[in-house]
Design a protein around this ligand. Structure first.
Ligand code: ADP
Ligand code: ZN
Ligand code: ZN
Length: 674
């Protein structure tokens, strides 16, 4: 056994090793051997001994005080220069702490796999680019934007002051749909670029349409990078390197683009900041706007959150003066917001009309078709029917692996689980009792498409949902058909709710406003209001008058009532009152732990142990304002053959116990769940 080295003279590196076992943090101490002294930097990859093998890790921090006695030495340095800028590792540390996620999982989220991989050299040479990247590449000269209107200019001026002073400030740009928010972002980003800085724009994945990308590419030819989930791993790595080398200084992307390596970052823009797509639903469960807040403070950058329907939490912050509220209350060019009609579907049933499309909506569609204009029909559910029921015994066909009803997809004549993907043929007899009286109920997009075809045989109908978007360019093709006037009616899910700016759309129909209302989630009303407002916002973006129809069985619900008048403030006030009464964010914080196991009793016992441990911590710290709720069966009690139990920690300032929440790999901890 060697003599323990003199640790005072030895520098130690904390290294994130991708282990997925052992240490809950993913962080390990290594000694820097004499031969490498002075060469190890934060952000470099290094080769280290790990157990009996050798592993790759990222240098996270340098320290003189190791947490273990006699750490093992680093074997070799892989990158001469740090692969990842040091600021991103600091950000990784914050995410790991705040979202209770192991550091190695955070690094996996931050650095694309092809960039991380040591063996494969990524060639930035010729590649078969997706249409979206091609589109970003063809532009050569920057196209000027329109002259800003007074309200837009006022917002730009306010934000610009903060940019020039390099103050870390957050602005909430609350502007109705079509008020020209995107033009504000583009103008500010252009100023940042001109001043030698770098800028980042995040949009929800589904709003990252070819049209959005084209608008950015027109402004920043050659300097724009696009990061979204439709890229191949090779494309993603190539875009990452263009950013890392400084060739691209403006990045537009979805959630994970917040990790683009931009050391001169001056401005972060987040459009539709309330979108749940900004919250990652697997490890690490980070929320990109919250990460961006942290980043803006750290980098002295400006953060602009834009939306027609800001999250209740965000708007409350702005009203309290923590962020600066800027408003664009009108559409550009004096265009009106479209009138919205609420259709009570119960009344339709009473007069014997059973079509999922109400008579007023059908009539508007007929007028729109005759005028050579376009209709968008929105429904939050794909498939032909949403469940299959036996009329003899009443049993609903469920997924064999999950506690949810299977959805009938007519095109493939199969039942599918929307949670695990399992499929089976449509049964001809009830699997429970053998009766042949089985029938499908409920309406999905496929059914609506059929209905439109039978009501309007001459109409050219296109559908956009995840069944259609099997290939990555499908959304692009559908969009082109609409732009070129080769389609009359678009039927779709959330994929059609955002980002489309089509001047000929004069009728918009929400087939069923209630589908997103009944989720056991405190944000259901907020999400529904936002979705209805966004969908309605697709109408009347050109010079022609337009109309929106919201079909519902709950016309009195606040989310529906206030969407009718595009009245965000009224919705916000009512919703905040409910949040106050039932103690939900922003009045409190939440952490939800989900414990899953194939054995139901084991899952429940583990969840009970978790709840007991947290309760004991709360008692010992005398934190009477923090509650522990549960365990209770999760909404999806069974998922992919595992039983799930939930424990909720609820209270203000959960930072007081954050470090004492039990962390076991395999349990899902969701901080600030959405
Ligand atoms: P938002 O992001 O608020 O929905 P956009 O920036 O997409 O609004 O603007 C809506 C439409 O109006 C776009 O087609 C855009 O090109 C156009 N537009 C925006 N600002 C102006 C302006 N100042 N003058 C003329 N057209 C504008
Ligand atoms: Zn039956
Ligand atoms: Zn399933």
């Amino acid at each position: 056994m060697a003599v323990a080295p003199d640790l005072k003279a030895t520098t130690v590196a904390q290294v994130v090793v991708e282990t997925r076992v052992g240490s809950a943090s993913g962080l390990f101490d290594y000694r820097i051997p004499d031969a490498l002294l002075g060469q190890v930097q934060v952000g470099q990859r290094v080769q280290v001994p790990f157990g009996k093998r050798s592993a790759t890790g990222f240098v996270y921090a340098l320290t003189e005080a190791p947490g273990v006695v006699n750490p093992r030495p680093i074997a070799a340095i892989i990158d001469a220069e740090p692969l990842v800028p040091a600021y991103l590792l600091e950000l990784a540390g914050w995410i790991s702490h705040h979202y209770l996620a192991p550091l190695d999982e955070v690094i996996r989220a931050i650095v694309p796999p092809r960039v991380r991989a040591v063996s494969k050299r990524v060639s930035p040479g010729p590649r078969r680019a997706s249409r979206i990247l091609k589109r970003a590449a063809v532009r050569s000269a920057a196209q000027p934007g329109p002259l800003l209107e007074a309200a837009q200019q006022a917002a730009v001026d306010r934000i610009q002051v903060a940019l020039q002073r390099q103050e870390s400030r957050t602005f909430l740009l609350h502007g109705v749909t079509g008020s020209g928010k995107t033009e504000v972002y583009l103008t500010l980003l252009a100023q940042v670029l001109e001043a030698g800085g770098q800028g980042l724009a995040l949009v929800p994945e589904i709003a990252l349409t070819p049209q959005t990308v084209a608008r950015f590419a027109d402004r920043f030819p050659g300097r724009l990078a696009v990061l979204h989930s439709g890229l191949t791993e090779a494309e993603r790595a190539a875009e990452w390197w263009r950013i890392r080398r400084g060739e691209a200084a403006i990045v537009v992307g979805s959630r994970s683009a917040v990790f683009a390596p931009l050391p001169r970052l001056r401005l972060i823009v987040i459009d539709e900041e309330e979108a749940s797509a900004f919250k990652q639903d697997r490890l690490p469960r980070y929320h990109a706007p919250s990460v961006a807040r942290r980043l803006a403070v750290d980098r002295q950058a400006v953060l602009v959150l834009g939306s027609a329907t800001p999250g209740v939490v965000t708007y409350a912050r702005a009203l309290a003066g923590q962020d600066q509220l800027l408003e664009l209350p009108h559409r550009v060019l004096g265009r009106p917001l479209p009138p919205v009609r609420i259709i009570d579907m119960r009344a339709e049933l009473h007069v014997g009309r059973f079509s999922p499309l109400s008579l007023p909506l059908q009539e508007a569609m007929a007028r729109t078709l005759a005028a050579g204009q376009q209709t968008i029909l929105f429904l939050n559910r794909r498939g032909l029917a949403t469940f299959v029921l036996c009329r003899d015994c009443g049993s609903v066909r469920e997924c064999p692996h999950c506690s949810v009803a299977l959805v009938y997809h007519g095109a493939r004549s199969r039942l599918q689980c929307h949670y695990c993907g399992a499929e089976e043929p449509l049964p001809t007899r009830c699997p429970a009792c053998g009766s042949k009286y089985i029938k499908s109920f409920g309406v999905g997009t496929e059914r609506i498409e059929q209905e439109v075809r039978s009501l309007f045989p001459a109409a050219r109908v296109v559908r956009l949902d995840r069944d259609v978007v099997r290939t990555r360019d499908a959304a692009d093709l559908v969009f082109e058909q609409l732009v070129q006037g080769r389609a009359d009616v678009l039927v779709g899910t959330q994929l059609v709710a955002k980002g489309f700016d089509l001047p000929k759309v004069t009728t918009v129909g929400v087939v069923n406003a209630d589908t997103s209302l009944h989720f056991p989630d405190y944000r259901a009303a907020e999400r529904t209001f936002s979705l209805l407002t966004q969908v309605a916002g697709r109408a009347g973006r050109g010079p022609h008058p337009a109309e929106v129809f919201i079909q519902t069985y709950t016309p009195d619900h606040p989310a529906v009532r206030h969407a009718q008048y595009h009245d965000y403030r009224a919705f916000f006030r009512e919703e905040l009152e409910l949040r106050r009464r039932y103690r939900f964010p922003p009045l409190t914080e939440l952490i939800i732990a989900t414990v899953a196991h194939r054995d139901r009793d084991r899952a429940e016992a583990d969840a009970q142990a978790f709840a007991r441990e947290v309760s004991a911590t709360i008692d010992s710290l005398k934190l009477g304002d923090i509650e522990v709720l549960g365990p209770s069966p999760a909404f999806l009690h069974r998922l992919q053959d595992e039983y799930r139990f939930e424990v909720t920690i609820k209270g203000p300032a959960l930072d007081r116990i954050r470090d004492r929440v039990p962390r076991t790999r395999g349990w899902s901890l969701d901080v600030d769940p959405m």
